[in-house]
Design a protein around this ligand. Sequence first.
Ligand SMILES: C[S@@+](CC[C@H](N)C(=O)[O-])C[C@H]1O[C@@H](n2cnc3c(N)ncnc32)[C@H](O)[C@@H]1O
Length: 276
Amino acid sequence: MKLPAEVLEVLTDPRTVITGDRVSIPFELGRPLYEKVNKILKEAGGKWDGRKSVRAHVFPHPVEEFMRHALLAQEFVSGRDLGWFPTPPPVVELLLDHAGIRPDMTVLEPEAGTGAIAGPAAGRGAVVDCVELDERRARVLEEGGYARRVVRGNFLTDLQPLDYEVGFDRVVMNPPFHEAMEHVNHALGFLGDDAMLVAVLPDGVRWREDRAHTEFRRVVEDSGGEFFPLPRDAFEEVGARVHTVVALVPTGGGDCQMRNHSWHLRRPRQLDLFAV
Ligand SMILES: C[S@@+](CC[C@H](N)C(=O)[O-])C[C@H]1O[C@@H](n2cnc3c(N)ncnc32)[C@H](O)[C@@H]1O
């Protein structure tokens, strides 16, 4: 998104302080200009904190580098452009409870954002691998220091199930909703045996009639999985009013039919049969 010249002027004003996780503008702006600046900072992921001790737009990650790049380029990638809605803590707790995270379990967070899920999963003792497409957020994950591995890249194309020798115990995810089915289907391939995928998804997954959704419902049903609707205001604190559900998809034991990690391991041998 292009930064309007007048907003750029405010953000590059020597009085504007951009430090740590916040941007503070300690001088008066006319209402229309304030609205414009506020809109841009919110788009970028900032939230106005009006408390006397703060009075700044606060971001869920360090913002200096990001703003430096944005101001140099005079544009920025909006958080929303990549479907970024950090999972609020009460939803994270619910996901981790459903996932039954225990110490030393391996967990994949395939679109980890700034670690809203990955951090607390590691806090419960899990060994967590993260993937994140957005450079800034990936850097925040690396700096967090709790992940075994952070892949900066596209989960759909840069990470394949057979990059791992064994599948994960859990995949816990809140993918970008505009391509939720692609992400969730790809994620199934990373599940070990006796494993489980726990995903926040748009409610449409329960009723949309296209092939991808119908097929996913069949996988959930065959696996003995289920959907739990979340309250409508579950994501309100991060500025999103979306109707969401949690999908629980267990793999069952070694004879499971799902295209999980074992299925991918077996697959090359099956193809070899056709090669002779
Ligand atoms: C809805 S947010 C959720 C972030 C994090 N899972 C959480 O719960 O806070 C989706 C995240 O997916 C990232 N993302 C979008 N497309 C991606 C892709 N193809 N591969 C990896 N990450 C992606 C976005 O940058 C964004 O941080």
